[in-house]
Design a protein around this ligand. Sequence first.
Ligand code: FES
Ligand SMILES: [Fe+2]
Length: 357
Amino acid sequence: MAQTPLSMEPTGWYQVAWSNEIAIGDVHTMKYFSRDMVAWRAASGRLSVFDAYCEHLGAHLGYGGRVEGENLVCPFHGWQWNEQGRNVCIPYEKRPNKGRRIRSYPVVERNHAVWIWFDVDSRPPYFEVPDMFTAFGDDPSDADNYYPPIPGGTLFHKQRELHPQYIMENGVDFAHFKFVHQTPFMPEFTRHDFDGPVSYVDFTIAFEEGVTLETASSGVYSVNAGLGCSITKSWGMVENRTMPAVTPVDESTCDVRFTVWIGKKPGEEQATELTKYGKVMTDLVVEQFDNDVEIWSHQRYSDPPALSQREFKGFTALRNWAVQFYPGGDSSYGRDPARPESGAIVPLHPSAIAATA
Ligand code: FES
Ligand SMILES: [Fe+2]
């Protein structure tokens, strides 16, 4: 295993939970971006995510903190904080402390998941979490044609030594499909372009033996919003949509979440949960993703990589696009600049040899 040389603080939306994990009144403790945080759900159902420590004397709100109506109450001296992190009540004073505010993070609940916006400079969100259906031009009611992905269609790996960018690179890595996913041919890209912080990667792919690129009639569309959020939709094969999400926990690890929607088979249109068929299909999709996770968890990020001729364009475009999410456009932000990013033995350039002679 090797710690990634990439910054663990790229700007964007990151999944920190599934919505059903945090019920009304829950105060959920978690750690992301090397910060202790709490997620809590008010009586109205609204979810908030805060830094974990009370601005009064620093109690951790996740240990004994409780929700009262629309406020979070600290266990230490009972100060109350509203959804913006503002102090609204000191139980033993006439007035709250209007000046103090706990850092709160923008939150969106979409695709059954909880997303927070993270930006080292606390800039507000400038792009959105794509909806699993409308982002592909589909009607939101199409969700009824899929088995509900919660709770049976998810995968969670805690604190793997990898980075969100690895997953994005995987989408343009046509050669790995044959080796990691045992596809009968190497997929061909039908689309790979960018729109600011969003990237689109579509390709032709098949899993049945004997199919060739020429005879294949199936593929995948994907929409990637920043480095933390990606959604895919299949066509021409078992109907599935997937949502891989990788979220930095600390300087060396990330939590990995994967959510799978499987299209209902004829006769099961009314199913309100995963059926046996749905589960079998889900497991097949999860297994493919898990094959990737196994590689990513142990890989050492190579920079510069030894790319083949055909790989050069896709990887270079992806890496150039990714730079925009790093603070100051520096993908090694917060990292030791002297750390090697590749183990390659690169011959010295003649001018460098001359300079040391
Ligand atoms: S530390 Fe939270 S109210 Fe005192
Ligand atoms: Fe893969």
